[in-house]
Design a protein around this ligand. Structure first.
Ligand SMILES: Nc1ncnc2c1ncn2[C@@H]1O[C@H](COP(=O)(O)OP(=O)(O)OP(=O)(O)O)[C@@H](O)[C@H]1O
Ligand SMILES: [Mg+2]
Length: 225
């Protein structure tokens, strides 16, 4: 059967960028040639509603209660899906654990604010409980001015976690894109929001495959399908 990468996106706090990161990764993978599905475990169904505003067929976004996750993954694999993103609700709880258990890698967006940083111990516990999958913390919604993003990254690293070298700054393109059922890469392909999202994808795919793609294109996406 096809190799299918599974990425879970979790956080304790609400509104830190889980869905934005999930959809950005999904669209970047799609643009690189993967057949992509997003499973939306959040009862708010933000990702699933995003797809209602969207004309493109991919990525598939399916509102999925966590109890149906295995069935959804099996079904997706049978249909040739080779890149899955699982978006989760805030208050990392049992849904987050279920997502992490099935993931090859876990992405944890962290706003550079003490209220979010204080959730690190709980997130660490969840990750351990769910089997210590490789986790990548990414500083998200950082002010473009000043060094709060860098300070947060340093703090998280000092606590022993793997931090993505790319910070996602506060960029209006993310909000505008979401309103239209797009991601920043589609809304403003040459903008900074798109560039940061693409860099996060490149870093993620490098962790998933162990390979670096010098030209920003994952050449193996189609061949592996
Ligand atoms: N880097 C960013 N720059 C600007 N706005 C952003 C960024 N990331 C997310 N947003 C905006 O912040 C809001 C919350 O983002 P998002 O829905 O991705 O967070 P979430 O963690 O999934 O929230 P929830 O906990 O409710 O599921 C949205 O309006 C989104 O457009
Ligand atoms: Mg969300």
């Amino acid at each position: 059967m096809t190799t299918c990468h599974v990425v879970a996106v979790i956080a304790e706090k609400g509104g830190v960028g889980k869905t934005t990161v999930s959809l950005s990764l999904a669209v970047a993978a799609m643009q690189a040639g993967y057949k992509v599905a997003v499973f939306d475990l959040d009862p708010q169904a933000t990702a699933a509603q995003w797809t209602d505003r969207r004309e493109a067929e991919f990525p598939w976004v399916v509102a999925t209660p966590s109890i149906r996750l295995d069935a959804a993954l099996d079904n997706a694999r049978k249909q040739g899906v080779n890149f899955v993103v699982i978006d989760t609700p805030p208050h990392a709880g049992s849904d987050a654990v279920e997502a992490v258990r099935r993931a090859d890698i876990v992405i944890v967006p962290m706003e550079p604010h003490l209220y979010t940083i204080e959730t690190l111990p709980k997130l660490g516990d969840i990750l351990k409980l769910a089997g210590d999958q490789p986790a990548l913390f990414v500083v998200s919604k950082a002010a473009t001015q000043g060094k709060e993003g860098m300070d947060a990254a340093t703090y998280i690293k000092e606590k022993g976690y793997n931090v993505c070298p790319v910070t996602l700054h506060l960029r209006a393109a993310h909000r505008h894109a979401g309103n239209l059922g797009l991601t920043a890469q589609e809304y403003e392909p040459k903008g900074k929001a798109a560039e940061e999202s693409q860099q996060l994808y490149m870093y993620t795919i490098k962790l998933l495959t162990g390979k670096e793609y010098a030209h920003g294109k994952d050449e193996s996406a189609n061949t592996r399908a």
